[in-house]
Design a protein around this ligand. Structure first.
Ligand code: ADP
Ligand code: MG
Length: 228
């Protein structure tokens, strides 16, 4: 156990994609449990890349990434996937909803692809309650193709919140919503993570929303574009 109840600890992280010259170098990045962190930074500075590293979707070249007591790069591919699906909620920038599934089945999907989560009647009820809170209850039996960008985004948020993740990673989660809905959805999101005792790391372009967060991390500091 480490002191201070850190939920995220990144040290000496180095990452580069196999193709291209983008290089991410993060000497240290710490988030305490229950913090609500806003992450800002120029487009292309690696915000999405960092969320993918935290979620174990990408692996670093070097360095340590702990989520709670779990050292993410040390896990096998399968264990990393189970850890991500059961412990982390991820609102992807491009939603990553599955076109051939209904919205309800999309929201329930994490429960169908890992043994670490158990789909019960209560979970189904909670999915419907979340959809109602997010204002998409009438869309539950439609497919993603029939929904607006904002509605898809709400569905993606419901899916990420359903299992009350310890850590919620949100990539521009309010990016497709109109100003009134943005604040409304953010408040709903905050209420949910408060109830679940989750920590939030949210990438946003929206300076107006920054006042809602406990702390803001500017990504510029980590950004180093190398010329080849
Ligand atoms: P941000 O989310 O801050 O806009 P990203 O993390 O999406 O930035 O991207 C950081 C950089 O990495 C960009 O220059 C982008 O073009 C590059 N990049 C993203 N994905 C890949 C990939 N799969 N292969 C090579 N380069 C990539
Ligand atoms: Mg991005």
């Amino acid at each position: 156990m480490r002191e201070n109840k850190e939920i995220i600890l990144v040290e000496n992280l180095e990452f580069g994609y196999p193709a291209g010259d983008f290089h991410l170098n993060i000497p240290e990045f710490r988030i305490q449990e229950f913090e609500k962190i806003g992450v800002i930074g120029p487009s292309g500075s690696g915000k999405t890349t960092l969320l993918n590293l935290l979620a174990g979707i990408l692996l670093p070249l070097k360095g340590e990434i702990f989520i709670g007591d779990q050292m993410i790069p040390g896990l096998t591919d399968g264990d990393r996937r189970d850890f991500r699906i059961s412990q982390i909620g991820f609102v992807f920038q491009d939603f990553q909803l599955i076109d051939y599934l209904s919205i309800l089945d999309n929201i329930l999907h994490p429960y169908r692809i890992t043994k670490a989560l158990k789909l019960t009647a209560n979970v189904r009820t909670r999915a419907i309650d979340l959809a109602r809170d997010m204002g998409i209850e009438d869309k539950l039996y439609r497919h993603p193709g029939d929904l607006s960008q904002g509605e898809k985004q709400r569905a993606a948020i419901c899916r990420a919140l359903l299992h009350r993740p310890k850590l919620l990673l949100a990539d521009e989660a309010t990016g497709n919503l109109d100003p009134a809905n943005k604040v409304l959805i953010l408040e709903l999101l905050f209420r949910q993570i408060q109830q679940s005792g989750s920590t939030l790391v949210a990438v946003t372009h929206d300076v107006e929303l920054l006042k809602y967060f406990d702390r803001v991390i500017d990504f510029k500091a980590f950004y180093k574009k190398e010329t080849m």
